[in-house]
Design a protein around this ligand. Structure first.
Ligand code: 5GP
Length: 194
């Protein structure tokens, strides 16, 4: 997605430990026009999958997820990062290790909002080692619902997540694929393979 690649090139900041900071348009300040285009693009790519619900994880996945849900005209659920006491008996849960925060969260989704007849599109802002996406996949599987695919705004292709997801046979669609953040420079996958 050209608009997204340009934004990353212009405003992305490479931090130590292979972390890309995109606080000016995704993770702190948000660019609604860009989010709208992201939503349209995910909706286009998954339009034939029979999606009934979109699932993401708080908080940075919510903006791209809701824009996609708006175009696809389906509800969006965000997994909560701390298991609320009131949901103990009535929630699907999964354990997710956060690469950027170096902590483990139990994520949860109420059983009220995910049913076995749902076809679920999973959306998130970043894909690194795949922990968040695999945690969301676990939750969909626990609900005996179907995974339509995984839509990622920025995939760091040099980390393990993409391989883990596609090896399990899931459809993965990433709007920007980063091959390397070496020497403080963003190299996109298509540039890398030239
Ligand atoms: P994973 O679970 O795939 O290891 O990491 C994905 C999650 O970690 C995303 O939900 C995102 O919040 C965060 N994350 C991973 N890598 C980066 C990064 O380079 N930059 C930012 N801003 N977030 C990241």
């Amino acid at each position: 997605m050209q608009l997204l690649l340009e934004k990353i090139r212009q405003q992305g900041i490479v931090l130590p430990n292979n972390v890309l900071k995109v606080d000016s348009f995704i993770n702190h300040q948000m660019d609604p026009q860009l989010m709208k285009e992201i939503g349209k693009e995910f909706a286009r790519r998954f339009q034939n999958e029979g999606v009934t619900k979109i699932l993401t994880i708080e908080s940075s996945g919510i903006a791209p997820a809701i824009m996609t849900a708006l175009v696809m005209n389906v509800p969006v659920i965000f997994a909560k990062k701390r298991k609320p006491l009131t949901l103990t008996e009535h929630a699907y849960t999964s354990s997710v290790y956060s690469y950027t925060k170096q902590e483990t969260n139990i994520i949860s989704v109420s059983k009220d909002y995910l049913k076995s007849n749902d076809t679920v599109l999973i959306i998130d802002d970043f894909l690194a080692n795949g922990e968040a996406a695999l945690g969301l996949i676990n939750i969909v599987n626990e609900a005996q619902a179907k995974v339509a695919g995984i839509g990622i705004v920025i995939e760091k292709s040099f980390q393990e997540g993409a391989k883990k997801i596609t090896n399990k046979g899931y459809r993965l669609e990433s709007l920007a694929r980063i091959a390397s953040l070496e020497n403080g420079t963003v190299t996109f996958y298509h540039e890398h393979s030239l």
